[in-house]
Design a protein around this ligand. Structure first.
Ligand code: NAD
Length: 357
């Protein structure tokens, strides 16, 4: 079962981390290191079983490979999951035990934040390993990547609006945002500042006061994908576009921060048939990754945000190429990422030949 799952996703390596003393049970999935070390956050959540945890790690790791490649970074893709309830089981000993497993990989995998793991947890993991980015801000660099992700999504929405409506302006467009967590709420601030009409929801009822602040319409979580709008922005968990929600979508564009927005690759074709533009998740939500990848470089935070803003141009190119070829943006994004990885594989084999000589 494990090797067949690795084969079907093209995975290089799986590491099962088991620390009896702290109760740590984690899976590190290294998908592809052709372009560089496998980069991807660590997610901590309760999984129904080990198979579900494995599937999550593997599919998210593959998406990270595409995300890094399409963003032009010298990084591969990986992801890790820690099985457990962060509210109950997350503590220093467990995080440090996990950090030691990351350290043992010697830099083949670099971790960061994800659902259930925040920048303070990364600080803790860093006590055991150099290979963790996205801890708390220090001396003007680093810090939570969510604002950068939100900025990238905002810029990506502009590319979509330009392709669909002929203008990047979002003022007066109706945008339905699902999930007002660390990305969703910053995104809403950007959208509000531009004069977009917001319809929002979250399963956390406390977020309702944010809707009041923004003078946004609040709907129930199970209603958000059904509201007539210009842009539906999934910013909660994956699978927002699935067999059940697809027929109920009444939007022109799907563009949000969530990873694995589509429940399956076939959903991209179904959206295309309905005439809905889909901004591939790993293109539009790459801002946080780009931000973190530049953490130990000479760039200043403002300069890094400029690099994040290039998501708009990149997505614009993808949408143009997809329209020109009559295919989905999902397909074009994947082709672009694979073209870059395959080209690098050619370079690696040249290097190997040179070494043999
Ligand atoms: P978060 O945990 O801070 O926020 C998620 C929010 O969604 C929470 O407020 C939660 O209550 C809400 N939610 C969960 N299920 C919901 C539902 N069914 N309906 C409505 N609301 C629901 O997470 P985040 O950091 O804001 O990330 C949001 C998404 O973006 C995730 O899928 C994440 O993997 C992805 N993403 C985040 C980053 C980043 O920089 N944080 C980068 C890339 C991708």
């Amino acid at each position: 079962m494990v090797f067949s799952s690795m084969d079907s996703f093209g995975l290089e390596e799986l590491v099962f981390c088991n620390d009896k003393r702290t109760g740590l049970k984690a899976i590190i999935a290294i998908h592809d290191t052709t372009l560089g070390p496998a980069m991807g956050g660590t997610r901590m959540k309760v999984y129904a079983n080990e198979e579900e945890a494995l599937q999550d790690a593997v599919s998210l790791a593959r998406a990270m490979t595409y995300k890094s490649a399409a963003a032009g970074l010298d990084l591969g893709g990986g992801k890790a999951v820690i099985m457990g309830d962060p509210a109950l089981s997350k503590n220093e000993a467990l995080l440090r035990a996990y950090g030691r497993f990351v350290e043992r990989l010697g830099g083949r995998y670099i971790t960061s934040v994800d659902a259930g793991i925040n920048e303070y947890d990364v600080d803790c993991i860093r006590r055991e390993t150099l290979f963790a980015l996205g801890g708390t801000a220090f001396g003007g660099c680093g810090g939570c990547p969510s604002p950068a992700t939100a900025y990238g999504v905002w810029q990506g929405m502009k590319a979509c609006a330009e392709a669909e409506f002929g203008s990047p302006e979002l003022a007066d467009l109706t945008i339905a945002v699902q999930g007002l967590g660390s990305v969703g709420r910053v995104l809403c601030e950007y959208l509000k500042s531009e004069g977009a009409r917001l319809i929002v929801t979250d399963i956390d009822i406390n977020c309702r006061k944010l809707a009041e602040e923004w003078q946004a319409e609040w709907v129930l979580p199970q209603e958000i994908h059904k509201v007539p709008c210009d842009i539906f922005a999934p910013c909660a968990l994956g699978g927002a576009v699935n067999e059940k929600t697809l027929p109920e979508l009444v939007c022109r564009i799907v563009a949000g921060a969530a990873n694995n927005v589509l429940s399956g690759d076939n959903m991209a074709d179904e959206l295309h048939k309905k005439g809905i533009i889909y901004a591939p998740d790993y293109i539009i939500n790459a801002g946080g990754l780009i931000y973190i990848a530049h953490e130990r470089t000479r760039y200043l935070p403002g300069e890094i945000m400029e690099i994040v803003g290039r998501i708009r141009g990149r997505l614009g190119q993808i949408l143009k190429r997809a329209a020109g070829e009559g295919v989905t943006p999902f397909l074009v994004a994947r082709q672009m990422a694979e073209e870059r990885i395959n080209a690098a594989k050619g370079l690696l084999s040249l290097r190997a030949t040179f070494r043999r000589d």
